[in-house]
Design a protein around this ligand. Structure first.
Ligand code: ADP
Ligand code: MG
Length: 363
């Protein structure tokens, strides 16, 4: 008898500023999941946070005239936190409470707040449903650019110089400004996709940049500009627990802004990618070791993409760790693994098999 297929809920959309990117990532995931092994339930989360049965159709989850896809409505459902259920349940008035589908594992293809930050991971822990990617602590720590840097530095990884502004601080005093120098990057502490980030080259622009970042997050981080090559490295955990880094990739930005902003990430064609990056063997190994080191420093599981600046002296400085990196067709994470011989479909199977092997609870 054929083995029962593994039921995967692919969850996408969500409440964060990266709703559309999540839908784009999910579109390619749905197109590439191995349907011979996995039975797929697409679950969309609207910008308001409602869960609905989503489209299982890459065509509906594509960029159209530079406009991102969005989950607006659909059959209403919920995932009870009760671990005796492990079912998606209808919230439609005529079928309320009826089970829609059992769920063996979740692929939270969500970026940013309420997705990549430990919150949905907490819900899934409570529901007793395994999920791909890091757990609650690692997701929350990696999402928070302040605490990620603190944990990475504590494990001996090099990070840049920064200052944190809490919700009541609107500017940096002279001492903190001169500690950072110029230029600086002003960022929401817990966001992604370059949303809310400004590069500031003149202190006259600093307060406006802080206000801009604060529209996304009350906590703002101001970082000294790092120089060097921008290099990313994929980390993947296999079902037997082995953790491996891909060959690093380099991105070379040629945008008007001069840095990897939102438009150059998703809309414009002005960034060049070298997969793999042109590096010496020694540099490659140093970056791969640092990527696995960062993965372990934050207690990650499943996958992460570790982003670096490689200084002129060849030292990897960690810029950030992404616990659910982009999975769009042009995203670097799947491309780095494809280069390493793990094609997109196999990559998804590994993520899900690792999640099922690990289970939930303390581990
Ligand atoms: N300290 C920095 N020095 C130089 N460039 C930076 C720095 N911080 C960010 N950048 C540029 O901005 C981009 C987005 O910043 P990042 O911290 O990765 O935010 P996000 O989480 O939104 O991706 C980076 O890919 C890089 O091009
Ligand atoms: Mg980034």
């Amino acid at each position: 008898m054929a083995e029962r297929k593994i039921r995967v809920a692919v969850v996408f959309g969500g409440r964060s500023t990266e709703h559309g990117i999540s839908c784009l990532s999910a579109g390619s995931v749905l197109a590439h999941l191995d349907r011979r092994r996995f039975e797929v339930v697409p679950v969309g989360i609207t910008r308001a946070g409602s869960w609905v049965l989503g489209p299982d159709d890459e065509e509906q989850l594509r960029l159209k005239d530079r406009v991102e896809p969005e989950i607006v409505d659909g059959e209403a459902l919920t995932l009870p936190a009760d671990p005796s259920s492990r079912q998606l349940v209808s919230l439609e008035s005529d079928t309320v409470g009826q089970a829609l589908s059992g769920v063996d594992v979740v692929l939270p293809m969500l970026h940013g707040a309420f997705g990549e930050d430990g919150t949905i991971q907490g819900l899934l822990e409570m529901a007793g449903i395994p999920y791909a990617g890091p757990g609650v602590l690692a997701s929350a720590a990696a999402m928070d650019k302040e605490f990620a840097k603190k944990l990475l530095a504590a494990e001996g990884l090099e990070v840049g110089t920064y200052e944190v502004l809490r919700r009541d601080e609107t500017t940096l005093d002279e001492a903190r400004r001169s500690r950072l120098g110029l230029p600086v990057f002003v960022k929401p502490a817990r966001a992604g996709s370059s949303v809310g980030i400004t590069k500031v080259t003149d202190h006259a622009e600093l307060d406006a940049a802080i206000a801009e970042a604060r529209r996304v997050d009350p906590k703002v981080i101001v970082e000294s500009a790092l120089s060097g090559r921008e290099i990313e490295c994929g980390v993947l955990e296999f079902p037997d627990g082995e953790v491996t880094a891909s060959a690093p990739a380099e991105l070379r930005v040629d945008s008007d802004s001069g840095w990897y902003d939102y438009d150059s990430k998703y809309l414009d064609d002005d960034t060049e990618f070298d997969v793999p990056a042109k590096l010496s063997d020694e540099e490659t190994e140093r970056l791969r070791a640092a990527a696995v080191g960062a993965f372990r420093a934050l207690d990650c599981q499943g996958l992460a993409r570790v982003d670096f600046f490689l200084t002129e002296e060849g030292r990897p400085v960690v810029n950030e760790v992404n616990t659910m990196p982009g999975f769009t067709p042009i995203s670097l994470y799947p491309r780095m693994w494809a280069h390493a011989g793990v094609d997109y479909s196999s990559l998804l199977s590994i993520l899900l098999d690792t999640a099922v092997a690990r289970g939930t609870g303390l581990r």
